[in-house]
Structures are given as C-alpha cells and as structure tokens.
Design a protein around this ligand. Structure first.
Ligand code: HEC
Length: 104
C-alpha cells in the first residue's frame, strides 16, 4: 500500500466521522437500530413485511415517494400503522428512511 493511499484513507475516515458538522449526513446505522426496535415487528427485519398490508421495503416500488411524504406518513401514522410523532424525532425518522432505502 502506498503512503498516498493511507493518507486518502485517513482523510476519508475523518470526513465520514467528523466532517458533516451541523448538517450531519443521515446515519444508516442509527436508522437500522431504530428500525429494528420500532418497525421490524410489522415490516420485517429485512424489509419483507410480516403483517398483511404493510408495504414490503425489499421491493423498491414501496418507497417511490419523496422522503418528505414518507416522513409525514410515519409521523402521522397510516391506518394500521401507529404515529411516531413524539416517539421519534424528524431526524431519527430521516435516518430510518435512509436505512429503508438500503433494503431493496
Ligand atoms: C403495527 C405495525 C406497524 C409498525 C410498527 C410500523 N408500520 Fe409502517 N406500515 C404498517 C402498515 C399496515 C402500513 C400500510 C398503511 C396503509 O397504507 O394502509 C404501513 C406503511 C408504511 C409506509 C408507507 C407509507 C405510505 O404512505 O405509503 C412506510 C414508509 C412505513 N410504514 C414505515 C414505517 C416505519 C419507518 C416504521 C417504524 C418507525 C413503521 N412503519 C412501523 C404497519 C406498521
């Protein structure tokens, strides 16, 4: 491995770990943890829904809406799905949405 590659690797690490500042990038790891706690009981650990009528996140068609619409549905709840307003912050929900988009 060349010295230059090591430097670039370190730079990438610091940018990823500390670089995002106040407008921090969405956190898929945190999103995945929140998903496991709050969502997997109906939507399935890997996004293959275990509850009838719950969308299957392993199929990308279920997530064709923009993030903002998904955020609203999750905050307000929808039919059999509970509302998460007051349980999860908008920021937490955005982390979960970014995680959802990794499932298909
Ligand atoms: C009690 C079971 C249950 C839990 C828990 C649950 N959901 Fe749902 N979810 C549903 C059902 C059922 C629907 C389908 C609602 C409908 O369209 O009738 C749904 C729909 C959705 C949709 C699609 C909304 C739309 O507008 O099409 C998203 C996105 C979603 N859920 C995300 C989540 C996330 C993220 C969590 C965890 C924070 C979660 N759900 C927790 C049952 C659940």
């Amino acid at each position: 491995m060349k010295i230059r590659d090591v430097k670039l690797g370190l730079l990438a690490f610091f940018v990823l770990a500390f670089g995002s500042g106040s407008s921090r990038a969405a956190d898929t790891i945190k999103g995945g943890e929140l998903y496991a706690v709050h969502c997997a009981s109906c939507h399935g650990a890997s996004g293959i829904s275990v509850m009838p009528n719950a969308p299957n996140f392993a199929q990308s068609e279920s997530l064709l809406q923009p993030d903002l619409l998904l955020l609203t549905s999750i905050k307000n709840g929808k039919n059999a799905m509970p509302a998460y307003q007051g349980i999860l912050s908008d920021h937490d929900i955005m982390d979960v949405i970014v995680y959802l988009r990794t499932l298909n």
